[in-house]
Design a protein around this ligand. Structure first.
Ligand code: NAD
Length: 476
């Protein structure tokens, strides 16, 4: 078992002030793979002090200096890429092919996206009225990340902080801390000045110590809506900027003129990707009634073809959920759907045959779901799809927007005009048309209870900057 009990503070790996061990489990075997420490308020104080001290000089580095550091970091990340993919597979349970092609790949994509945005960043601008506007780093940033796309969320916070001249303290998920520690090793090797990046492991208490800290200027949080609300409240007393990337219950509208075979099969695969543990997963499949029965048959075939398997094996199968708690949450929502009268056509409660050890669940589809049922309203975070019929375009838009969330939305249609018309009326931060992917450098984030702020590329840099107006005397 790996001993990973140190934190990265002030450019060094240091022991926690008081020992509090936690075992990190492999979700496929339920066996411990490492031991980490859970940080206390005192550990957070130490990390914030290091970040505060480093801010004085790092905030004054030039854009070119920071670009050079980020480019060195990117080269190191690429060199240690396979190690990152293997680490994510071990602690998250993402199958190795998926870890390599998606989970680790986002680390390269986002870093490159931010490097491109930084090259174009205007830190000084003259307004037509003669005033000057400066963009300056906001200060010391507290970054809290979840376990489901760990490097995606870490890169979307750490890189813009480092790029804009901020300093930061990362508190990754206590369920998947090892990829974050590997990331810290890479930042160390890239030569960022001591204290610019710090890492403290821990849970909710450790996160709350960061949110409340008087010397932290901004909190950037990704995770559940419940924890996001707690971060906002904790940050309110010190009037910090808070950016949030929370949950979703993203609608996927399928019109009768879509290429049904292709779009429904791909939609099922998108919903099950990462074992359904994605905040922007298309989990509510709204299907026009004229093609409803045909669509159900295509979805059933696609779900029956979806395999569950050992994460260490190459292939397109899905792995286990991250933890016993997540397994229980998913079972609760599957059972609630059955109790509320949704029609189960594939999967259901319990573990798939042959996968009694590990947090594996059955890929599951419910049809004839009503938008008021829990399975249509709550984020499942498992490979569970709810299919709901609709009548016309207005009906689809109303149903799609009838949710507390507003992260992503998906539209499948053969009519490009309809695609844009519907996209413009969806209350969501991102709309994907006919399977178009999210591209690096584009803004990621949501409306309503899916959060505040945008991550990635130039929009992601904005959130980490203050805007200063300099009013100059009239020269004329
Ligand atoms: P969580 O929100 O509890 O944890 C996410 C991160 O926040 C972790 O680092 C955790 O230690 C920290 N945290 C928890 N409570 C905190 C608090 N009060 N103050 C500061 N930090 C705190 O998420 P979870 O328990 O891992 O998962 C619960 C649910 O959250 C999931 O079922 C899913 O619906 C949702 N979720 C969403 C995303 C997303 O990307 N939007 C990611 C993970 C989980």
């Amino acid at each position: 078992m790996l001993d990973k009990r140190k934190f990265y503070i002030g450019g060094e790996w240091v022991s926690p002030i008081a020992a509090m061990n936690l075992e990190v489990l492999n979700p496929a075997t339920e066996k411990p793979i490492a031991v980490i420490s859970m940080g206390s308020r005192e550990d957070v104080d130490k990390a914030v002090e290091a970040a505060r001290n480093a801010f004085a000089s790092y905030s004054r580095t030039t854009l070119e200096e920071r670009l050079r550091l980020l480019e060195r970091f990117l080269a190191i990340y690429k060199r240690r890429y396979d190690e990152m993919a293997e680490t994510i597979t071990l602690e998250l349970g993402a199958p190795i092919t998926m870890s390599r092609e998606q989970q680790a790949d986002v680390g390269v994509g986002h870093l490159q996206g931010f490097i491109d945005a930084l090259r174009d960043l205007k830190v000084r601008e003259e307004l037509p009225n003669g005033d000057v506007v400066l963009r300056e780093p906001i200060g010391v940033c507290g970054l809290i990340t979840p376990w489901n796309w760990p490097i995606n969320q870490i890169a979307l916070k750490v890189v813009p902080a480092l790029a804009t001249g901020c300093t930061c303290i990362l508190k990754p998920s206590e369920l998947t801390p090892l990829n974050a520690m590997l990331y810290a090793e890479m930042i160390d090797e890239a030569g960022f000045p001591a204290g610019v990046f710090n890492l403290v492991n821990g849970g909710a208490d450790c996160g709350a110590a960061l949110s409340k800290h008087k010397d932290v200027d901004m909190m950037s949080f990704t995770g559940s809506t419940t924890a996001g609300i707690a971060v906002s409240k904790d940050a309110a007393d010190t009037v910090k900027r808070v950016t949030l990337e929370l949950g979703g219950k993203s609608p996927n509208i399928v019109f009768e003129d879509a290429d049904l075979e292709e779009r429904i099969s791909a939609s099922v695969a998108d919903c099950f990707n990462n074992s359904g543990q994605s905040c922007d997963a298309p989990t509510r499949l709204l299907v026009q009634r004229s093609v409803y029965q045909r669509s159900i048959e295509i979805a059933r075939r696609a779900a029956l073809a979806a395999e569950v398997g050992d994460p260490m094996k190459e292939g397109t199968h899905i792995g286990p959920l991250v933890s016993a708690i997540q397994f229980d949450r998913v079972q609760t929502l599957i059972n609630a759907a059955i109790d509320e009268g949704a029609n189960l056509i594939v999967g259901g409660p319990g573990k798939p045959e042959g996968f009694e050890t590990g947090y594996f669940v059955k890929p599951t589809i419910f049809v004839d779901v009503e938008n008021g049922m829990r399975i249509a309203r709550e984020e499942v975070f498992g490979p569970v799809l709810a299919i709901i019929p609709f009548d016309g375009e207005e009906d689809a838009i109303t149903m799609a927007n009838d949710t507390a969330y507003g992260l992503a939305a998906y539209v499948q249609t053969g009519d490009p005009k309809r695609a844009e018309r519907v996209a413009s009326r969806l209350r969501a931060g991102m709309v994907h048309i006919n399977g178009a992917p999210h591209r690096y450098g584009s803004p990621f984030g949501g409306y309503k209870q899916s959060g505040n702020g945008r991550e990635g590329g130039k929009f992601g840099l904005d959130d980490f900057q203050e805007v200063k107006a300099i009013h100059r005397p009239d020269v004329a």
